[in-house]
Design a protein around this ligand. Structure first.
Ligand code: HEM
Length: 247
């Protein structure tokens, strides 16, 4: 199928609009604000792709296609690494320079990222505390509501095991479950990769605003973020290790 002749690099990528969407608020414009905006916008674009890949992953898991699910997980894990690396661009932002334009951000806070919350909810963060925090700012954003309509990734993976008549223990005690074991490990790799993002982000936050400064989202800042690092998406996958080998 031929592409229409009118499609070119700038029109295909809608570059004019894309490049007009970085709008520093500081006056006169602070030279570091563009970087700050772009790292956030780029992260949101990658979050969008990750959520899109989750749709593929959930389709594959529902179809009991372990190979297909593993292929998607490998991509998701690469994207999570990539979005973590992007944070390092802001390690070049010294605290005094951030303070020069922080006031212009108003009440903006990463905690208002609907896509980040949708990734968490899809992955399995649904405990009552998490749900209450989500509802504090009014109705659930559509991507979060959509994520909550579906089973968690852990539930989908356990359903796949049930379909294959393999127990979680068997993955780690019996030969012959290579593919399912690789899939389980790729889910844990995702969990670790996501926790690495959290860790790198909290380090960035401490480096720029210090460990004891509250966030614009009304949290205790780094102290709140530290606590989120221990949250688990796949408690069953961690627990099986303790059950089998924790003595
Ligand atoms: C100068 C750099 C940054 C600082 C000082 C900073 C600061 C903070 C703070 C203090 C919080 C806690 C919530 C609050 O009370 O505001 C937070 C949360 C968050 N930030 Fe950042 N941040 C930075 C860069 C980024 C970047 C580049 C992203 C990429 C999208 C990001 C995404 C988020 C998200 C998703 C949360 C919610 C995390 C959660 O609730 O687990 N932040 N940030």
């Amino acid at each position: 199928m031929n592409a229409p002749r009118t499609i070119s690099y700038p029109t295909y990528l809608v570059l004019e609009q894309l490049l007009s969407l970085q709008r520093p608020q500081s006056t006169p414009e602070h030279p570091d604000e563009l970087l700050f905006i772009v790292v956030h916008q780029a992260s949101e674009l990658w979050f969008k792709v990750i959520l899109h890949e989750f749709d593929q992953l959930i389709d594959r898991l529902r179809a009991f296609d372990a190979q297909g699910a593993l292929t998607v997980m490998q991509r998701i894990n690469t994207l999570v690494e990539l979005v973590s690396h992007e944070l390092s661009a802001l390690d070049t932002l010294p605290p005094q320079r951030f303070m020069q334009f922080r006031g212009y951000l108003g009440t903006s806070s990463g905690s208002q990222s609907a896509q980040f919350r949708a990734i968490e909810a899809t992955s399995g963060l649904r405990d009552p505390h998490f749900m209450a925090a989500l509802k504090e700012h009014g109705p659930l954003p559509p991507p979060v509501a959509r994520a909550l309509e579906r089973p968690t990734l852990q539930a989908l993976f356990l359903a796949l095991l049930e379909h294959e008549q393999v127990t979680l223990e068997a993955l780690y005690t019996e030969p012959g479950h290579g593919l399912l074991q690789m899939l389980a490990e790729s889910l844990l790799e995702y969990e670790q990769g996501f926790a690495r993002w959290r860790f790198l982000h909290v380090q960035l936050v401490e480096r720029i605003i210090g460990p004891d400064t509250g966030g614009t989202g009304g949290t205790l800042g780094a102290k709140y973020l530290q606590k989120t690092i221990s949250q688990r998406f796949f408690p069953e996958l961690w627990a099986v290790r303790a059950r089998l080998y924790g003595r």
